[in-house]
Design a protein around this ligand. Structure first.
Ligand SMILES: Cc1cc2nc3c(=O)[nH]c(=O)nc-3n(C[C@H](O)[C@H](O)[C@H](O)COP(=O)(O)OP(=O)(O)OC[C@H]3O[C@@H](n4cnc5c(N)ncnc54)[C@H](O)[C@@H]3O)c2cc1C
Length: 508
């Protein structure tokens, strides 16, 4: 069969643009004759957002599939392992903490251990070893294991700017992506509403079959040219500002956290992400509840002496997403499609999923594009709804007393879908079967870790069938204790593992 002659124009060269280019070009072998043409246009004078350092375990597969060595990513992007999130002070604000680890509870999908644990707040440690591994600051694997493998599920913390640079180099040198440095100043539409071309300041008109809008908050193609409205979710998720800092370590061998730390504040939270050469720390907050000065003072008191001489960068954002993500021959990926606070690092994960969807649906018959668009929109609406619900869950169960936190528990701010879920989960907790997608971003396990970590205890005793497997449950909980002890004994400290592994791979 004749190969489809796709010409794909990606506008924007941040993480979204380069990841999308890499995934499409690698999937379709664009470097070979007859493969689809992938062209990325990037403005020299419009900077990328430059934050976005926490990823999701999906990134392992994405990096592998585009042909990058994991050790190269670590070297070039000062990357570290991320094994989940630690949420500090989210429950009462009195030094409490819980984890959302990436490895699922033992017996997951076969038996729900929640009714059998001794204490619901300790669900994560009683059913899974990863929280203990994180608290001990260990790497997710030993030197005997190979790249992209691990005893524990993991993602990465990486330098966003360096990551975009690495992707750019890889796309151009190995994947056949064409790079044009120029600014798109206008978008030309055909009478049927498709995009015909983008007008570049220096290079003139650039036509294409499919246009991918990766222009970040500008949303130049989907938002401005195709006039797809923005759905505001700030009534549910209040945060709309961030102050970000790059913080040096005190010593070269300072401890390196293997999880993101999210510490709740009076009207928002502070992220703390460890890279090998520095930390990325920032305060996300609601401008309705906190002034910029108050936020800066919170950030400085969190960092103490390590903030001396540093000036935070302020980023304002609108919480929400486009009402459609793919219209005619234009699809938005990244922040042009939408953005909500980075509490569970969902943005880059959505970029990966969107890019994969596009790559897998560039079919020989271009006339099916509208069916593809419809399916993409359905899938993205589901994903955004699930993300918004899951992020809200982190707030609505808190017992903190500040006005911001009280407002989060107001029923009017809680999506109906989440209220419905909780009405059921009040009795039996979340089950695998409650979730419909073949690949759920946040499956039942994620909800369990957060709900139980925050002390939400379902009325398990009202359902006799939940208690009928005592022996099996006890064995699994004991097995978890053994596994935890084994992991603590066998896994190496995080920083020393990375140093040795990269040292070995340089010699090899
Ligand atoms: C405070 C904060 C923290 C975050 N933390 C995380 C996190 O931990 N994990 C996570 O997954 N995500 C996080 N994100 C989101 C993440 O940063 C973004 O999803 C990711 O960087 C992708 O951004 P982007 O490529 O869509 O946009 P940008 O990085 O803004 O890139 C836009 C690109 O478009 C180009 N452009 C714009 N207009 C034009 C034009 N007219 N012509 C040509 N080119 C143009 C620009 O030059 C640039 O290259 C965070 C975001 C914020 C704001």
């Amino acid at each position: 069969m004749k190969k489809p002659n796709w010409k794909i124009v990606i506008v924007g060269g941040g993480t979204a643009g380069w990841l999308t280019a890499a995934v499409i070009a690698a999937h379709h072998r664009s470097r070979l004759p007859g493969g689809p043409q992938v062209i990325l246009v990037e403005a020299a004078d419009i900077p990328s957002v430059g934050v976005g350092e926490g990823t999701w375990p999906t990134m392992k597969n994405t990096l592998h599939s585009i042909g990058l060595d994991e050790s190269e990513v670590f070297q070039r992007c000062h990357a570290a392992f991320k094994q989940g999130g630690k949420f500090v002070n989210w429950v009462s604000g009195d030094g409490d903490f819980y984890y959302h680890p990436f490895t699922v509870p033992l017996g997951y999908g076969r038996i729900d251990l929640a009714p059998y644990v001794a204490s619901i707040e300790n669900f994560a440690t009683e059913t899974n070893f990863q929280q203990s591994v994180c608290e001990a600051g260990l790497a997710p694997r030993t030197l005997a294991e190979s790249e992209y493998q691990g005893a524990c599920n993991y993602a990465y913390h990486l330098d966003a700017g360096k990551f975009a640079e690495l992707l750019q180099e890889h796309c151009k040198e190995h994947l056949g992506v064409q790079h044009i440095i120029d600014t798109a100043e206008d978008v030309r539409l055909s009478p049927d509403g498709n995009i015909d071309s983008v007008m570049l300041r220096d290079n003139g008109e650039l036509s294409g079959d499919l246009f991918v809008d990766c222009t970040g908050f500008a949303s130049l193609l989907l938002g401005k040219a195709l006039k797809v409205p923005f759905t505001d979710v700030s009534p549910v998720l209040f945060n709309d500002r961030a102050l970000a800092m790059q913080v040096p370590y005190e010593h070269d061998d300072s401890a390196l956290a293997c999880h993101t730390i999210a510490t709740a504040q009076t009207a928002g939270w502070i992220w703390d992400i460890g890279l090998t050469n520095r930390r990325g720390v920032g305060h996300v907050y609601s401008s309705r509840h906190l002034s910029d000065d108050e936020a800066e003072s919170n950030l400085r008191s969190y960092l103490g002496a390590s903030a001396a001489g540093l000036t935070p960068r302020k980023i304002s954002f609108r919480s929400g997403h486009r009402a459609e993500f793919w219209k005619k021959n234009c699809v938005a990926v990244g922040m042009s499609a939408g953005f909500v606070e980075p509490l569970e690092a969902t943005a880059i994960m959505l970029i990966e999923l969107s890019a994969r969807f596009i790559a897998e649906n560039l079919l020989p018959d271009k006339s099916v594009l509208q069916v593809t668009a419809k399916r993409f929109n359905e899938q993205m609406h589901y994903r955004w709804r699930r993300i918004i619900d899951f992020l809200k869950l982190h707030y609505m169960l808190s017992t903190r007393r500040e006005p911001y936190w009280r407002a989060h528990t107001d029923c009017d701010t809680i999506p109906e879908s989440l209220q419905e879920d909780l009405a059921i989960w009040r009795f039996r907790g979340p089950m695998v079967e409650d979730f419909k997608s073949a690949f759920e971003l946040f499956p039942a396990a994620s909800y369990q870790y957060v709900m139980y970590g925050m002390g939400f205890k379902p009325e398990f005793e009202t359902l006799a069938y939940l208690h009928g497997r005592q022996l099996e449950a006890r064995k699994l909980i004991q097995r978890n204790q053994q596994l935890t002890a084994q992991m603590l004994q066998s896994l190496p400290p995080h920083r020393s593992y990375i140093d040795k592994w990269l040292g070995n791979s340089q010699q090899g």
